[in-house]
Design a protein around this ligand. Structure first.
Ligand SMILES: C[S@@+](CC[C@H](N)C(=O)[O-])C[C@H]1O[C@@H](n2cnc3c(N)ncnc32)[C@H](O)[C@@H]1O
Length: 396
């Protein structure tokens, strides 16, 4: 999502406040049941995904101007149109392919891609599948697609798990940043896990003994960057990435996965001056760094260590198709061609589109912080989008 400003937070409305109190009470119960504290990853999971309560599971509007943040598909249909062009080139080389979108949000990207593929007569024979963890968002996606692409809705299927033997193109925009992260502190005596405890109405961060898998993950990070993290260094690590990528690798028989998100390679992620980590909170278009407030009504998200994603992919038998910035990806994937009718548009539409392109591609906006990692399996022409400025070497 686009990081807007860090100013005083707006007051939540009474309904949202009531909902947040219910989520906080639920989290407090879980903390009490666990003996006084839970890991930060569990806290983040509850705040985002607790059934009927969590940020993504409950009914509030999250995306776009009326919500808390904007994502690339919400900024402009050009994102989906360009991605559709790139996907069509791959789909054409495969036998009975489909598209699988994971974490489809409002459903806007699916609608934009389906419209663009239909207009170019390149709809995939296997249809469009959506894997979405939130029942509320699944319903919103159904509603939006029924409104935007009524003739194509029958080609859309919602899945409960990654499909076996999938052939085609997998798309996940801002999915990885929504996976819960562990927080840790490097102490001279070893790795400590950051947990969350509650006291009266408030929550606080505590240090706890780290489970083996967290210690091993941090030791692995230190081994790959070639030196121990300094004493007192605090950061995040997403242990959920490895199993998620393993599931993707199991599923993808032939094709490409495009994973878009804000993130960096591991050396930058764990650079000495980046102690404190990469967690961000989003509430009504304000970005801040206090995850212990507004439970269930603000988004919690962490930048992605793309080295971890690439490593897991290679360990699970996938190839890296490429790694580049969102701006370079869009230009390489045919952003200009997707704008073919620009000159014939009314001036107001041209101005609107120019503003959207700036937001998607300028380095000071979404163009540079957002990246695309491409993963692939099979013998076909690799996606052209990575041809311009492949940065895979920066992931080492
Ligand atoms: C930050 S939102 C991005 C939504 C959309 N892709 C966009 O760009 O506007 C994250 C999305 O991923 C979904 N999600 C989170 N974890 C998931 C998982 N393990 N499998 C499928 N969907 C997931 C959320 O419910 C939500 O739809």
């Amino acid at each position: 999502m686009h990081d807007p400003r860090t100013l005083a937070l707006p007051e939540p409305d009474p309904d949202s406040l009531g909902h947040s109190k219910a989520v906080a009470a639920y989290v407090r119960e879980r903390i009490a049941g666990a003996g006084g504290s839970i890991s930060f990853a569990e806290y983040m999971h509850l705040c985002l995904y607790a059934p009927a309560l969590g940020y993504y599971a409950a009914g509030a509007t999250k995306f776009g101007q009326a919500g808390d943040f904007v994502t690339a598909p919400e900024v402009s249909a050009l994102f989906g149109r360009t991605l559709a062009r790139q996907s069509a080139g791959i789909l054409a080389q495969l036998d009975s392919p489909a598209i699988l979108e994971i974490g489809a949000g409002s459903g806007k990207l699916a609608a934009d891609i389906l419209e663009a593929l239909a207009a170019a007569d390149t709809l995939p024979a296997g249809g469009y599948c959506i894997l979405e963890v939130s029942p509320d968002l699944q319903q919103r996606q159904r509603n939006l697609l029924a409104e935007r692409v009524p003739d194509l809705i029958d080609s859309v299927r919602w899945l409960n798990a990654m499909p076996a033997g999938f052939t085609g193109v997998v798309i996940a925009n801002e999915l990885l940043d929504a996976l819960p992260v562990e927080r840790f502190v490097r102490r001279a005596g070893g790795i400590r896990q950051v947990g969350v405890a509650s006291h009266a109405e408030a929550f606080r961060l505590v240090e706890r003994d780290a489970p083996d898998k967290l210690v091993q993950a941090v030791e692995h990070i230190e081994a790959t960057i070639g030196e121990p993290l300094p004493d007192g260094y605090a950061s995040d690590v997403c242990l959920a990435v490895r199993p998620w990528v393993a599931d993707l690798a199991d599923s993808l028989a032939t094709g490409v996965a495009f994973l878009f998100d804000y993130g960096v390679g591991r050396r930058e992620y764990y650079a000495p001056d980046r102690s404190g980590g990469w967690l961000r909170c989003h509430f009504r278009h304000h970005a801040h760094d206090d995850p212990l407030i507004l439970q269930g009504i603000q988004d919690l998200t962490s930048w992605v260590d793309f080295t971890a994603v690439a490593e897991s992919a290679v360990d699970n038998g996938l190839e890296i198709a490429g790694f580049t910035s969102q701006a370079q990806f869009l230009v390489g994937a045919g952003l200009e061609e997707a704008l073919a009718d620009f000159a014939r548009m009314p001036t107001a539409a041209q101005l609107r589109l120019s503003a959207e392109i700036k937001l998607l591609t300028l380095p000071t906006e979404m163009g540079e912080n957002f990246k695309c990692l491409g993963l692939m399996r099979g013998a076909f022409e690799p996606p052209a989008a990575f041809g311009r400025a492949d940065r895979t070497a920066t992931l080492g």
